[in-house]
Design a protein around this ligand. Structure first.
Ligand SMILES: CC(C)(COP(=O)(O)OP(=O)(O)OC[C@H]1O[C@@H](n2cnc3c(N)ncnc32)[C@H](O)[C@@H]1OP(=O)(O)O)[C@@H](O)C(=O)NCCC(=O)NCCS
Length: 183
């Protein structure tokens, strides 16, 4: 019964969030091979189908182990996969998880992350019993910062020079939302 908690189908007005299937791999590769989508990620853009297959398979493993919830974001109107969202680094005892998103470029700025994110946050609080949901982003990622604030997360800190990727050093901004925060 508990296993189903990590394989939900969550419906919003325009979107369906559900576990990724291996058939989604080509579409995932199209989204996550885009350097603009991956600009603030800590891994390079994908280049091969294997990365998509591995991502789908690893996501399933993480969910079976109840360590992460990785869901595809599908348009209800067409069934098209437009991105993914996740609750990861789940710390069961502390009732905390990290939230993350990635959306294909044609789908930015349409309020999809606002819609998917709130549904995922409510699932985390109500169904997984989380007390705290947090996010770590590059402070230069203004779109992500704005999306997080709109989702009710507040900036709690700035970790200086936390990352070095391909010789480029960057800070991390930390955001958090508590189940007890007023909406
Ligand atoms: C960051 C990202 C998730 C935002 O998703 P989105 O669906 O475009 O965001 P929404 O449409 O729900 O918008 C949420 C808010 O952010 C703002 N926003 C979105 N894109 C923006 C941009 N490029 N610059 C500034 N603000 C932006 C929106 O205007 C909106 O605020 P508003 O309603 O006050 O106008 C999406 O752009 C993305 O996937 N980017 C690439 C991957 C990434 O950087 N992920 C974040 C790592 S966690």
């Amino acid at each position: 019964m508990l296993g189903e908690l990590f394989f939900p189908v969550i419906e919003t007005t325009r979107l369906r969030l559900k576990p990724l299937a291996i058939e989604d791999s080509a579409c995932l590769l199209e989204i996550f091979s885009d350097p603009e989508v991956m600009r603030y990620w800590n891994t390079p853009p994908w280049v091969a189908m294997k990365e998509a297959y591995d991502f789908v398979n690893e996501s399933k493993e993480l969910m079976l182990r109840q360590e992460s919830l990785v869901l595809g974001i599908y348009l209800k109107s067409t069934g098209k996969l437009v991105g993914k969202c996740m609750l990861f680094s789940y710390a069961k005892e502390s009732k905390r998880a990290e939230i993350g998103f990635g959306l294909g470029r044609p789908y930015w700025g349409k309020g999809y992350i606002n819609e998917a994110g709130e549904a995922l946050i409510q699932y985390g609080f109500r169904s997984l019993g989380l007390r705290r949901i947090e996010a770590e982003i590059d402070p230069d990622n203004h779109a992500s910062a704005k999306a997080l604030v709109k989702l009710g997360l507040q900036q709690e800190g700035l970790l200086r020079q936390r990352w070095q990727i391909n010789g480029v050093v960057s800070d991390s901004a930390l955001y958090g939302r508590l189940v007890s925060d007023p909406i």
